[in-house]
Design a protein around this ligand. Sequence first.
Ligand code: ACO
Length: 328
Amino acid sequence: MPLYKATIAATASYLPEKVVTNHDLTKTLDTSHEWIFDRSGISSRHIAADDEPASAMGIKAVRKLLEKHPINPADIDLIIVPTSTPDMVFPATACIIQSAIGATNAGVFDLSAACSGYVFSINTAAVFIESGKYKNVLVVATEKYSTILNWQDRSTAFLFGDAANATLLTRAEEGHGIIAMHGGTDGGKPELLCIPAGGSKNPVTAETVKNRMSTVHMKGGDVYKNAVPRFTETIEAVIAKAGLRKEDIALIIPHQANIRIIKTVAKELGMSADKFMVNLEHYANTSSASIGLALEEALAAGRIRTGDYVVLSAFGAGFSWGSTLIRW
Ligand code: ACO
C-alpha cells in the first residue's frame, strides 16, 4: 500500500504568440484548410519564436503556475521534463528550467516518451510521492515541434504546434488523488513514427541534412490504426484497475492528436464524445504538452468538479500508451 496518494495541485500553460493558420500553410504547401480540418480537426497552431527554445517556453509555463499556486521553488523535490525537442542532447532541459526557477533542492531529468510523455511523467511523479520520498514534483512538458518538422511535407507539417505546460503534483487529501495508472509499449516498428537521424544510429551528416532525416517521419495511416485500439485498451485498463465502470468517469482528457482518433475511441468505448475534452482546433498536436493544456482548459471551464473521476490518456511514438485515473 502506498504511504500517500498523489494529486495534481495546479497546472498552467504557455502558448507562443505567433499563430499559423491552415490558410497560412496553403501559401507554401499543396493543401487546403478544408482538407486539414476534415482529416484532423485542426485549424491553427502556435509557433515559438526563433530565440525561444523549449526551456524558455517551459520556464514561462512554470512562472504562470507559481502565480496561480505560490510555492517556494526550494520546496520542489523533483522536476521531470517530458520533451521530444530538448534544447540540447545534454544537459537535460530540466536542468535549464531548474536553474531559472530557483528550484535549488530538486533532482531533475528529462523523460523521452514522445506524445505519451505527460502521462508517463505524471505516473512517475505519483510513485515518488506515494512512496513518501518526495512531496512536491513538477512536470514541465515543453515542445517546439516547429524545429523538427519538414515544412515541405504536407502529410506531417500541419499536425503539430508548439506549447508548454507545467503541472505540480503533491500529496492528496484523504479520498482524493491518483488511484490507478496504466502503461504499455510496442517497440516493434519504431520507423512508423520517428526522427530517423540526429541520434547515435544516424548521426547528423551533410547527407542526413540534405534528406531532412532529422525531421518527423510518419506513416499516418499506421499511426491511426494503432492509436485507436491502444487508447481504447489503456482507458479500459485504467478504469478496471481502479475498480470503476465507464459510467463513473466524468471526463477523459486524451492526448490531442486528431479529432477523428478521439471520436473513434469514444465510439469503440461506447462512451459519449461529450465525455472527452477536445481543444486541438487552435493548438494542433503539441505532443507531451497537449494533455496539460486540455486539463487547464477543462478546469477553467468548470468541466471538473471535486470528487469527479478524471482519466488522462496518451498514445505516441514508440508506440507507447498510458493512462492515469484521478479522483479530483
Ligand atoms: N493536404 C492535401 N492532401 C494531402 C495532405 C494535405 N496536407 N496530406 C496528404 N494528402 C493527400 C495524400 O497525398 C493522399 O493523396 P493520394 O490519395 O492522391 O495518394 C491523400 O491525401 C490521402 O492521404 P492519407 O495519408 O491516406 O490521408 P489520411 O486519411 O490517412 O489522413 C492523417 C492523414 C490525417 C495524417 C491521418 O493518417 C492521421 O490522422 N493519422 C494519425 C497521425 C497522427 O495523429 N499523428 C500524430 C502523432 S502521433 C500521436 O500524437 C498520437
